[in-house]
Ligand binder design. Structure first.
Ligand code: SAH
Ligand code: DHB
Ligand code: MG
Length: 221
């Protein structure tokens, strides 16, 4: 089936199972107005993240890579009363757009946006003895995915679920000699998880509005 077919099926899935959401649509519109790149997760993917987080009863969620907060809003809605989501973003202008989108979505109190290179922020969080997270969504610079795995494990408990975005890249992930640095970065994540005694993992390929890509899912033992 062709890429346009994948997109039409995503439209059907949204129509049948998800529905239009004015707040999330407004967030995407504000992202466009702010000149943010349209690289948010799709609605079907956002809801998948939400169902996974809700399904494990997550009360503390960590997100690495906020952009305009579209995935953040999906995940924040998985939290019950008193839940907390910490999301890390390099770009202060993106973070400002995200702050406004998340506040308008009514999730402002639950969401803490921390600005700066995520490795620095994560190092500070480890040093400060940050409480463990139940669910971690990694979607920032792919070059650092293996480092983000290490930090996620340091900030996890047994049973914490980790999800990494963009781990297939239209099959680009198969090319060990790719000159796109995102590919070796992502391949280092797979290598770190190969025969890893501390973490059970799989990856699922996805098609749809965001073309052919995939999620890597892992559970800390
Ligand atoms: N999760 C978002 C999309 C994130 S796009 C959504 O689905 O709605 C990836 C984001 O990671 C971008 O906003 C980019 O600025 C941010 N990023 C890139 N490098 C980073 C770094 N070193 N530290 C923190 N964030 C980074
Ligand atoms: C890019 C980043 C993403 O997280 C994504 O989902 C799609 C594209 C990018 O950097 O191009
Ligand atoms: Mg992504």
């Amino acid at each position: 089936m062709s890429a346009p077919g994948w997109s039409a099926v995503d439209d059907y899935i949204v129509d049948q199972l998800i529905g239009e959401d004015a707040v999330l649509d407004a967030a995407l519109a504000h992202n466009r107005e702010g000149g943010l790149p349209p690289i948010d997760v799709s609605p079907a993917q956002g809801k998948l993240l939400q169902l996974l987080a809700k399904g494990i009863g997550a009360r503390r969620i960590l997100e690495i890579g906020t952009l305009g907060g579209y995935s953040t809003i999906w995940l924040a809605r998985a939290l019950g009363e008193g839940g907390k989501l910490v999301t890390l973003e390099l770009d202060p202008d993106y973070a400002a757009v995200a702050r406004a989108n998340i506040d308008r979505a009514g999730s402002g109190d639950a969401v803490d946006i921390r600005i700066g290179p995520a490795c620095n922020t994560l190092e500070e969080m480890c040093a400060a003895g940050e409480a463990a997270f139940d669910f971690v969504f990694v979607d920032a610079d792919k070059q650092n995915y293996a480092a983000y795995l290490d930090y996620a494990v340091r900030l996890a408990r047994a049973g914490t679920m980790l999800v990494f975005d963009n781990v297939v890249r239209e099959g680009g992930i198969l090319d060990p000699d790719s000159d796109d640095p995102k590919v070796p970065g992502t391949r280092r994540l797979y290598e770190a998880l190969k025969n890893n005694p501390r973490i059970d993992a799989t990856a699922i390929q996805t098609v749809g509005r965001k073309k052919w890509d995939g999620f890597l899912l892992a559970l800390v033992r």
